[in-house]
Structure formats: structure tokens, C-alpha cells
Design a protein around this ligand. Structure first.
Ligand code: 13P
Ligand code: SF4
Length: 399
């Protein structure tokens, strides 16, 4: 079956193509429009799945070891089949920092991951993202100007020198650079607790952005009471401390940016209760981007790599209800036929931005490359990369 461009790109977050046909995405799966993608030649949309596989395979053979394809765990099956290396955002960043052999890295993931790969990879390596419109709606919730303005307010309130800025990997390179400049650090969901400990060894408060849930869940894991973690609402006017009072600011140890992931915010405690009722003794495992009450109710939580490892290493007969993106859960169910693995939310949608990496874009990217043309290069300017690398290098050493 071939697909038209409009079926594949979830325009306004409504429709996308799945392996089984067209599906409807809930509006909560907010699309990211931060980056612009040029139209690719229409011939690509006339190719069926098998033809696209052949196009990618032929181009890759021409490029040999000069090209490496990286795939995040949320990529759909027809993309992950091409990945030389797959992982969570931490593992993929580690890979980019330590493998200078290839000339080209095609990153099948989202924009902030490709930016991190560009910053961490060797200078001669070129990073490409098959579809530039593959952003992250959570990352877009931390607009750099809003974060800079919040910092200015903290300076005016006389507390900025006690605050360590911590940005989640899901953020623009300029925010990673901001952290590098201000004694801060980047974290991923696999090392957030270690990073927060690192930050509290250097300051009394943490400004955590963009994901309030990962920030709150991590703070709670470290024993910080909920009333010492306060939301910074970036929609509030300048000068209002993100909506908190001076007393709240004084009392707070973690200032939580009011961002979230639309995919993970959909999971609920009711879904966990329903899974436990249906399968007594089932292990409920969720990503720490889920809400606090969901993480508290689950049996375990961790990054996508943690989820993959836990299920893969479990004995046959194990049962898991998983609260994370559906492409990963479906793959785990398929790869572990002697275990029960299902998604907590029966109508969960894929991450609509990860989903924008369609094989037609991948085929176009690698065929252009095989013809000597680099398309969709993700390149961070030198100064931003310099400071962002400081924060990313700190992240890589804190595990
Ligand atoms: P991981 O670092 O766990 O892969 O998470 C990235 C992400 O975007 C989850 O929504
Ligand atoms: Fe961003 Fe959520 Fe998609 Fe992860 S799942 S890339 S946080 S929108």
C-alpha cells in the first residue's frame, strides 16, 4: 500500500498512517511545528513498503561504513529495521560521543536528539534528520526566551546564585548551552536522579525544565516533599515569578517548568487499577514522564532502555502493563512472545512527531547522500555547541 504525504504527516495532529492503515490521533498528541521540512520528490510517495526498503538498502550499500543509522526506541518498525544502533536518548548520545568512525549519522528520532548527536560527535561527522518536522512538543514548551526571562526574574529576586539549571535532554540546544553557561547540566530519564544529586551538591535549588513530571518524580525519589517543588508557569507575565509567591520561592527546592509530554500524560491510575484487576500480580512499568500519581501507583519506572531491559530479561510467563509510547510497547510484545506485554492505555497514540520519520523520508535522505548531496543536516552553531557540550559532557559523566 502506498501512502500520500498528507496521510503520513499528522497535520494538526489528526491523522497518521499506521502499519494497519489510517488511524486518528487524539488532539492531545500536540504536534511540534518548530522546524520546516521541504517537500520531497513525489516519486517517493508512489513507492510501496517493499520498494522503499529496497531503495534504502541499495543506497546504504553504496555508502558502506561511511553511514550509520541511529534509531530511538519509539521509531516505528519499518524504520527501526534499518537502525545499526537503537537506544534511549542517553544511550544514543553516548553512542554519538564515542563512535567517530563514520562520516554520516542519519538520526531516526526527533530534532533535539539529532542536535545532541551533532554537538557530541566528531567535527568531521555530519548528522541528518530524515524529516526536519520531527520535533518534540514537550521540548517546544520551553521557549528559550521564556527560560532566559525566568532566570532574569530569579536574578532580580536575588536567588539565581543558589539555583542550578537542569534541562531534560528534550530541549533545544540553546537551552543546553544556557545550562552550560550557568553551572548547570543536562539529564535524561535514565540518569535524572544522579543529575539532581549532582545539582544539589552545587546549589540549594534546581530550575528543572521542560518536563514538570520528570522533575517532580525525580525530586520525590530523592525524598523532596511535594510542597517544596513548585510549578513555574511560563504563561504568567514577566515579574510574577511564574505564578509563585516569594514565600513559595523561598521554600521551594525544585522549580518545575510547566511542560509535559502529551503522550505520557494520558496514562492514569484508573488504567493501572484496571490492569491489576484483569491480571492479578501483573508488573506495571511506566516512563517517568508520566504524572506523579501514576508513577507512584506503578511497580517500577524508568527510561525506554530500562523498560526494554526489564522486559527482555524477565523470565517466560512474566506479565507487564507498560505506560509508554505504543511503537515500543508493540515491539516488546512481538519480541517477547512467551510473556504478556501490553500498553496501559488501550487507545494510546504513537508519538506524532517521532512518527514523522517515515521510510519515504529515510529513502530520500540516504539516496541523496549516496548521490553526494547532504540534505536535512542538523548543525548547531559553534558557540551554542561549545556551551551545550559542557552541559552534555557533565550529563555523560553522571550516571
Ligand atoms: P528516553 O530517554 O527514555 O528514551 O525518553 C525520551 C523521550 O522522549 C520519552 O518520551
Ligand atoms: Fe517528546 Fe513525548 Fe514524543 Fe518523547 S514521547 S519525543 S517527550 S512528545
Amino acid at each position: 500500500m502506498t501512502a500520500t504525504r498528507d496521510e503520513i504527516i499528522p497535520l494538526a495532529g489528526i491523522a497518521c498512517e499506521t502499519n494497519t492503515g489510517i488511524t486518528t490521533l487524539p488532539l492531545s498528541s500536540e504536534p511540534s511545528f518548530a522546524y520546516w521540512q521541504q517537500d520531497i520528490p513525489s516519486e517517493y510517495w508512489d513507492l510501496d513498503a517493499q520498494q522503499l526498503v529496497e531503495h534504502v538498502a541499495i543506497a546504504r550499500e553504496k555508502l558502506g561504513s561511511r553511514l550509520v543509522v541511529l534509531g530511538h526506541h519509539y521509531q516505528r518498525e519499518d524504520i527501526i529495521q534499518f537502525a545499526d544502533f537503537r537506544g534511549d536518548s542517553f544511550k544514543l548520545a553516548q553512542w554519538a560521543a564515542g563512535q567517530p568512525d563514520s562520516d554520516y549519522i542519519v538520526f531516526c528520532g526527533v530534532h533535539f536528539m539529532a542536535e545532541a548527536a551533532d554537538i557530541l560527535s566528531a567535527p568531521h561527522q555530519t548528522v541528518m534528520l530524515p524529516n526536519m518536522a520531527a520535533g518534540c512538543s514537550m521540548a517546544d514548551m520551553a521557549d528559550p526566551d521564556d527560560v532566559y526571562a525566568a532566570w532574569e526574574e530569579l536574578e532580580e529576586a536575588g536567588v539565581a546564585d543558589q539555583v542550578i539549571p537542569v534541562t531534560y535532554m528534550n530541549s533545544a540546544a540553546s537551552l543546553k548551552a544556557f545550562c552550560g553557561r550557568h553551572g548547570g547540566i543536562v539529564c535524561t530519564s535514565s540518569n535524572a536522579a544522579a543529575v539532581m544529586k549532582w545539582a544539589f551538591e552545587r546549589g540549594q535549588k534546581v530550575l528543572f525544565f521542560p518536563d514538570q513530571h520528570l522533575g517532580r518524580n525525580t525530586g520525590a525519589k530523592m525524598g523532596i516533599p511535594l510542597d517544596q517543588m513548585t510549578l513555574w508557569n511560563y504563561n504568567k507575565p514577566y515579574g510574577s515569578l511564574g505564578g509563585m509567591t516569594l514565600e513559595e520561592l523561598e521554600r521551594s527546592r525544585v522549580l518545575l517548568w510547566q511542560g509535559h509530554c502529551s503522550v505520557h500524560q494520558r496514562f492514569t491510575v484508573d488504567q493501572i487499577n484496571a490492569a491489576r484487576q484483569k491480571y492479578p500480580g501483573i508488573h506495571v512499568m511506566v516512563h517517568p514522564e508520566c504524572r506523579y500519581d501514576v508513577v507512584q501507583a506503578a511497580d517500577s519506572n524508568g527510561s525506554t532502555e530500562f523498560i526494554v531491559r526489564t522486559i527482555t530479561e524477565a523470565p517466560a510467563g512474566s506479565k507487564f502493563a507498560v505506560g509508554t509510547e505504543i511503537n515500543l510497547v508493540s515491539r516488546l510484545a512481538h519480541e517477547n512472545p512467551h510473556k504478556t506485554v501490553f500498553c496501559l492505555d488501550p487507545v494510546v497514540c504513537p508519538c506524532s512527531t517521532m512518527y514523522r520519520i517515515h521510510p519515504a523520508y529515510l529513502a530520500w535522505t540516504v539516496e541523496e547522500l549516496a548521490a553526494g548531496r547532504v540534505v536535512n543536516r542538523v548543525s548547531v552553531d559553534e558557540e551554542t555547541a561549545h556551551y551545550a557540550k559542557i552541559a552534555l559532557d557533565r550529563m555523560l559523566t553522571v550516571v
